[in-house]
Design a protein around this ligand. Structure first.
Ligand code: NAD
Length: 355
């Protein structure tokens, strides 16, 4: 159920019930100080509209923070379509959604998220140009996963330097949970840098590939979080850092791609109290959104993407340092940094208007 405190600085919420198709969708624009509100469209069988609104409010705020800390000229937004992605999709529905996005005149830019494919977004794009994450065309950015993995690798290097005082990854043991799109590329970066890999997945062919290509050691899914290692990289599921798992961790660092790794915000504090350095998920996994956002700038420029992805190292160094100086968890520092960046943008915008 939605509560008043779930509106945290949101600028605009738009609800659409398309009578022709029955589609119900909501677009939330949390903050457009830094640029248009950009964020994925999620299709999910919510029980009711209120649950959908609560989710889109939370997710759009997260996008404002993620885009700000990644150094993008984008605000934060998100959209949800209420429905079952396996049975409720139709061309007309996505075209209606596209017209809804178009009616906002570029204030919201849509991309794929859970339950939505590139093909679905291509249908949306027939009605509006305010879509990113397409696979074809002059501005298409392609698969974001290698860039997400590169950003995670940069964040791991920063953590290893900060926490363990090591300049490189040679001989470091990294436990990787999940060998999917991001986990595989991350293993490749780590292997090439001389790290020892301990891996786990529930999909045997992915495990076989990691063993064959990187000489990885395999453990069962139930064991990966308590492997004795220098770095634990969750690259599969959310909420893996919780009351049950944190006491069992045997790592100095947690730094991986998965979204929403902390079951609750206070688990960031629990990690700090155990002396474990946590790389806030939305900061370290921003390589994908950086790559996709390049489409919003016009012509796709891989050098621009690489520069932003390499800056994840510096941003995380700032967060790690500030966390220790102020004795506050890294996830709290990341949120504050985002708010500071947005506030600075607000001051700039005001000055620009006054001039
Ligand atoms: P994916 O679906 O390709 O890979 C996930 C992998 O985790 C799969 O191989 C799956 O078999 C494995 N897995 C599932 N349950 C597991 C378990 N219990 N133990 C071990 N392995 C398990 O997803 P992805 O695109 O690689 O993304 C991984 C994570 O990173 C997700 O949380 C995603 O939201 C996040 N993320 C991805 C990107 C991106 O660019 N793809 C960007 C930002 C964040």
């Amino acid at each position: 159920m939605i509560e008043a405190n779930q509106f945290k600085g949101h600028e605009q919420l738009v609800y659409l019930h398309d009578k022709e198709t029955g589609m119900k969708a909501i677009i939330a624009m949390h903050d457009t100080t830094l640029g248009p509100a950009a964020g994925g469209c999620r299709m999910w069988p919510y029980d009711n509209e209120m649950d959908a609104i609560a989710d889109v409010l939370r997710l759009s705020r997260g996008m404002s923070y993620k885009n700000a800390v990644a150094g993008l000229d984008l605000g934060g937004g998100k959209s949800v379509i209420i429905g079952n992605p396996h049975s409720d999709k139709s061309e007309e529905m996505f075209r209606a959604f596209g017209r809804m996005v178009e009616s906002l005149g570029g204030k919201y830019i849509a991309a794929e998220d859970v339950g939505i494919s590139v093909e679905d977004m291509e249908t949306v794009a027939r009605e509006t140009s305010h879509v990113i994450g397409l696979s074809e065309g002059e501005h298409a950015s392609g698969d974001p996963s290698p860039f997400t993995a590169e950003g995670v690798f940069n964040g791991i290097r920063a953590a290893v330097k900060y926490k363990l005082g090591k300049e490189d990854m040679d001989g470091m043991t990294v436990a990787v949970q999940g060998l999917g799109h991001v986990g595989y590329y991350l293993c490749r970066f780590l292997h090439e840098a001389g790290a020892k890999l301990v891996v786990s997945d529930i999909h045997q062919p992915s495990i076989d590939r990691a063993v064959a290509e990187f000489g990885a050691t395999v453990v069962a899914p139930a064991e990966i979080l308590s492997v004795d290692c220098d770095v634990l990289a969750p690259c599969a599921l959310g909420a893996v850092l919780n009351d049950d798992t944190i006491p069992t961790l045997k790592t100095a660092i947690v730094a991986g791609a998965a979204n929403n790794q902390l079951a609750r915000d206070e688990h960031g504090r629990m990690l700090k109290e155990r002396g474990i350095l946590y790389a806030p998920d939305y900061v370290i996994n921003a390589g994908g959104i950086i790559n996709v956002s390049a489409e919003a700038r016009g012509k796709y420029d891989v050098d621009w993407v690489r520069e932003k992805v390499s800056n994840i190292y510096n941003t995380l160094m700032t967060i790690y340092r500030r966390s220790d100086e102020e004795n506050r968890p890294t996830n709290v520092i990341a949120d504050e940094l985002a708010e500071e960046i947005i506030e600075a943008g607000r001051v700039r915008n005001r000055a620009g208007k006054a001039a």
